[in-house]
Design a protein around this ligand. Structure first.
Ligand code: HPA
Length: 279
């Protein structure tokens, strides 16, 4: 489906499939519309229970255009959580560029959720820290990003403004509830190899505070569609060359596991903020 041989036609087709998938999602889960999307990236899965009671679930691959996520910790499930009169879509797992399907497949989940009504998109991930002020094992807010993937989910003359990609309004509200939370610029890296120390040095000089292999293309697609975006990065390690030891995917997941008790109340608070729930 994601051939990229006729790019503009593929882009139109991708939007059409996302619209269909959004309708099917609502029909299958008995939903009139969703209010917000939470994408649970590496390490965040177990924390999602704090979002509320599960009303319904289905495998992503039941919907058109979804591929089964292959990364560890990415289950490939879509869950509906009801909070008051509002509904959250929770996606367990995402497609990454390094899986090889291309940027349209990477953006498909976000586009589907927005087609289902989501006006806010919360993108969570695990990241390496370049800025020593960001504590390991703690979540940080993404203030802005640098897209080092050299890819985009937009095809054609689509000049989307990315000035305030990560909603200043929501960042401020989340920071007010979480005094001292870190904030920084997220560098999006193609992967799947971790960065070299020289690449980390380059990113640091160019203004990056954290680095990971997701989020940036989804954020661009969400802004194109007019949704508000929140980016949450769990700092799982010092980036390559900064800690005097090698990086491993297992260590990333281990640090994330230990962070779950802190991520739970944090995530619940983010949901309350995003949905505008009164205290
Ligand atoms: N680099 C890229 N992605 C990551 C890292 C990292 O150091 N840690 C967790 N995800």
């Amino acid at each position: 489906m994601w051939t990229e041989t006729n790019p503009e036609a593929d882009a139109r087709e991708a939007q059409r499939i996302a619209a269909t998938a959004g309708k099917e999602l609502c029909a299958r889960l008995n939903l009139d519309r969703a209010d917000a999307l939470f994408v649970m990236g590496s390490g965040w899965k177990e924390a999602a229970d704090s979002l509320g009671e599960t009303a319904a679930e289905l495998p992503m691959t039941d919907l058109p255009g979804f591929v089964a996520p292959s990364a560890a910790g990415h289950a490939g499930t879509i869950r509906i959580v009801v909070r008051g009169d509002q509904k959250l879509l929770v996606f367990f797992g995402r497609t990454h560029l390094y899986e090889g399907y291309g940027p349209l497949a990477v953006a498909h989940g976000v586009r589907t959720a927005i087609a289902a009504g989501a006006h806010t998109v919360v993108l969570s991930n695990a990241c390496g820290g370049l800025n020593a002020d960001l504590p390991i094992g703690e979540p940080a807010l993404i203030r802005d990003h640098i897209n080092f993937t050299a890819r985009t989910p937009l095809i054609g003359a689509r000049f989307v403004d990315l000035t305030d990609t990560y909603s200043p309004r929501l960042r401020e509200a989340i920071a007010a509830k979480n005094p001292g939370i870190g904030e920084g610029v997220y560098a999006g890296w193609y992967g799947p190899a971790f960065e070299t120390p020289a690449e980390i040095e380059m990113m640091h000089r160019l203004g990056a505070d954290m680095v990971g292999m997701s989020t940036v293309l989804e954020a661009i697609a969400a802004r194109e569609a007019g949704a508000e975006v929140v980016g949450l990065s769990l700092v799982t390690n010092r980036a390559a060359g900064l800690a005097g030891k090698k990086l491993s995917g297992e260590e990333v997941l281990e640090v994330a596991r230990n962070a779950i008790p802190r991520l739970r109340p944090f995530l619940d608070g983010v949901a309350a903020t995003v949905l505008g729930e009164s205290e």
